[in-house]
Design a protein around this ligand. Structure first.
Ligand code: COA
Length: 257
């Protein structure tokens, strides 16, 4: 495996990962999935990490899906293995301890939409298109789409998209809550710079705790989830970060996190 399908840059603890397999519009094949897994494993061990932005190289595609050429001749056992490898990597992305943002620049089809869904939230450039077109290929989504899409946009809208396979543009994605914002394509770098500024001025432990509270609380009943919030809120008072953040406010200066 060559470590060359993903470009990685870092600014103030915010890492931008750029998927770069242009000959197949960044389609997810075994090599790209494996490389993403290795990159994420290294980021898990990065103590100074404050955020991750995931995007696609170029102006045409975020990810045009799982690699259809690679999938065509798979047996059911091979298909199960392929999907389970991808699911493990997407789970790794979802459970990174820092905020993760998909910056969707163009096509996010099938596995591309599923990859965006494994990030905490998403921004679309105005040329983006989303779809779960798998039924048109005679299969169903296999990288989490039947589960994460309904959790993001509701089961009725998810089944609309999954059973029609229709493409939606950035504005419809915004309207249904699949993405949080739409930006112009040429605002990509400025958007990453702005996110970097925001993530780097916040308490890093606080951002991690906030993500943990939201994620872990989703699968619990409200009372248990609120108790989790209280525990994490209280834990925030155990370290230096809270004292520095509050002292900085009271002393009218910037916090040094
Ligand atoms: N898997 C494998 N290769 C893919 C791919 C995928 N999911 N998506 C695109 N490619 C390849 C094309 O085969 C083509 O390769 P070639 O130059 O060797 O012929 C190259 O990427 C460029 O794609 P092309 O179709 O020529 O570009 P386009 O601008 O005409 O269309 C799309 C772009 C994204 C609309 C079209 O490529 C497409 O529909 N892709 C498949 C989307 C899909 O069904 N994804 C879900 C998979 S589960």
């Amino acid at each position: 495996m060559t470590m060359s399908l993903i470009e990685q840059t870092e600014q103030a603890g915010v890492v931008t990962l750029t998927l770069n397999r242009p000959e197949a519009l960044n389609a997810l094949n075994t090599d790209l999935i494996a490389e993403l897994g290795s990159v994420l494993a290294a980021l898990e061990a990065h103590a100074g990490l404050r955020g991750v932005v995931l995007t696609g190289a170029g102006e045409k595609a975020f990810v045009a899906g799982a690699d259809i050429a690679e999938m065509r001749d798979k047996t059911p056992e091979q298909a199960r293995y392929f999907a389970s490898q991808a699911l493990t990597v997407l789970k790794r992305l979802e459970t990174l301890p820092v905020p993760t943002v998909a910056l969707v620049n163009g096509y996010a089809l099938g596995g591309g939409c599923e990859l965006a869904l494994a990030c905490d939230w998403a921004i679309a450039t105005d040329n983006a298109f989303f779809a779960q077109p798998e039924v048109g290929l005679g299969i169903i989504p296999g990288f989490g789409g039947t589960q994460r899409l309904p959790r993001r946009v509701g089961p009725a809208m998810a089944l609309d998209l999954i059973t029609t396979g229709r493409r939606i543009d950035a504005n419809e994605a915004l309207r249904i809550g699949l993405v949080n914002r739409v930006i112009a394509l040429d605002e990509r770098d400025a958007t990453i710079a702005e996110l970097t500024k925001q993530f780097s001025r916040n308490g890093p432990n606080a951002m991690r705790a906030a993500k943990q509270a939201v994620h872990d609380g989703q699968d619990q009943d409200l009372d248990s989830a609120l108790a989790l919030e209280t525990s994490l809120f209280a834990l925030g008072f155990a370290g230096e970060e809270q004292r520095e953040g509050m002292s900085a406010f009271l002393e009218k200066r910037k916090a040094a996190f």
